[in-house]
Every structure is written in structure tokens, then in C-alpha cells.
Design a protein around this ligand. Sequence first.
Ligand SMILES: Nc1ncnc2c1ncn2[C@@H]1O[C@H](COP(=O)(O)OP(=O)(O)OP(=O)(O)O)[C@@H](O)[C@H]1O
Ligand SMILES: [Mg+2]
Length: 303
Amino acid sequence: MAILEARELVKIYPGGVKAVDGISLVFERGIYSIMGPNGSGKSTTLSMCSGVLKPTKGRVYVLGLDLWGKDWIEARRHIGFAPQDMPFNPKLSALDNLIWFGLLRNMSLMECRTSAKKLLMSVDLYESRNMLVGKLSGGMRRRLTIASALIHNPDVIILDEPGSGLDPKAKEDLWMYIQELVEDRTLIFSSHDAREVERFSKWTYIFHRGRVVAEGEPRKLIEEYVKHPYISVWFAKDVIPPEINGSRPLVFGSIAWYSLEDVDLPDVISYLRENKMPFKRIEIIEPSLNEVFIRLTGERLME
Ligand SMILES: Nc1ncnc2c1ncn2[C@@H]1O[C@H](COP(=O)(O)OP(=O)(O)OP(=O)(O)O)[C@@H](O)[C@H]1O
Ligand SMILES: [Mg+2]
């Protein structure tokens, strides 16, 4: 039995937008990610897996309990969810906000206090526990968000874009706390940062337009889809990527990749200049999940 399993989820929003189009996911213990560009259905899927947004179709099982059926009360107890923007009360302190989230989870005031203080210590916010949430820095607020998802000690922690908007140092710190808090539980997070996904998740689901286009261990996906470094050329519109010195490129929309095994950067640049073929950008790419995404969809992960 999986810790959390989503089967054939579909979400059609009022107005007819099909945000999620038949997604199945399986999570065991450890850190998992959902990676995809804006609008690919990450938040919609995580909300359905957390019990806050009802699927149009499909099922979610948490430790075998039917989250959208008869077991919903018990199933929800096992899940801690932090949306992209946690609805804190800015006029309450960090401690009181955590207590409030515990009370919403039907915990006693005593249990809330004990758990809140322990979590504040774990995320290095204990000294700031009496600060109003409205006065916390972005990084501190994000650490409080993680703590509030954990207030009732759930088995599954679902974080929607925990690192977005943070500078690299704050992101690094945040992940240090997250990794310590997860221990042997299940963590599912969403991101459009390929490096974050590669570093912190053991398994990723790549989303595109409401579907899963690939899944696997980040390293293995890179090996499977990209293999070696390429020279990537972003051509201007209407240019057909040419063969250069016998090297035929892989073409995705207006992006062409030339294998570094066949040609080198000066050859490519001088060929394009001599033949007056305009391009917007040229770079050597070390394979990452960004390139896996381009390879699968012909689109960029982030603009
Ligand atoms: N409440 C809503 N009503 C109607 N359409 C919605 C609603 N929420 C999301 N959508 C649409 O559903 C699709 C998926 O949105 P979703 O927020 O799940 O994507 P996402 O992958 O989380 O994107 P982002 O990276 O921007 O957070 C988008 O087309 C979005 O516009
Ligand atoms: Mg989102």
C-alpha cells in the first residue's frame, strides 16, 4: 500500500478550464517533487491530494483511506498542507498563528502550545515567536509556513512551491530545515526550479498542460533524455536550424541543440554569422531537468 496514491485525477474548473487531465501519482516515504511550468496543474493537483479541492473525477488514497470518500476525516488527519501563500493572520504573533492552525485541526490548546514551541525551535524561530507575522521576513515567513503544515504531526507533508521567491541563501536554509523535519515521512513539493528538484527530490513527476509527461529519479531522467552537453541556439522566428559541419541538430520549436561531440562553439557561431542566420541566444548547456523538459515538450520550463 502506497502512503499516498492519486488515481486518474481530473479537475475542470467552473467555466470549463481543464486544469488536470487524468493524473496518477504514487508516493512512498521520502521527498518527491512535481515540476512543471506556470499553469501546468501543480497547485490544482496538490490541493486535490491535500483534501482542499474536490476532484471532478478520480480518487486519492492516503494510507489506504479514501480522501474524497467515506474516510475523509481520518485521511485528512494524516496530511499537512502549505499552499503557495499561507493564510496567516498578520496581526497575530508567529506562535499564535501556529496555535490557531492547531486548533483548526481539533488539537487541544495544550497540545497546540507544545507542538508549536517545538516546531518554532526546529525552524529557528523560537526567539521570534512573539513577532507579528506581518513583520517577518520572506524567509522567516516561509519557515513558519512549513511549521504550520506540521503542527499536527502528519505522515504526509505537501508544500506548494516552498522555495519560490526566496534568494539562493534563504532557499538553501529553508531546505536544511525541511530535510530535518521530514525524517522518514513523505514530502511532496512543487517547483519550477529544476536545480531544486534535482537536489532535493528522489523522484519527480514532470507536468505539462495537466498531464504527467515523464516521471523518475532526476539523475536517471537526465541521463535518459539529454545524455551529454549540447550547444543550444535560440533562433529568431522563421529561421530553420541548419546542419553545421555535418552536425544535425535536435530541434524543439525555435531551439536547436548541436552535440558538443560533433561541433564546438566557435564553429557554430562563425557558421551562423557567415550565413546571416539571426539568433537570440547561444550557450553550452550542462544537462539538467530544464533540458529534459525542453526535450519532452519543445517548451521552456521558465521564461
Ligand atoms: N480557481 C480557478 N478557476 C479557474 N481556473 C483556474 C483556477 N485555478 C487555476 N486555474 C487554471 O488551471 C490551470 C492550472 O493552474 P494551477 O494553478 O494548478 O497551475 P500551476 O502549475 O500551479 O501554476 P503556477 O506555477 O503558476 O503556480 C491554469 O490554466 C489556471 O489558469
Ligand atoms: Mg501553482
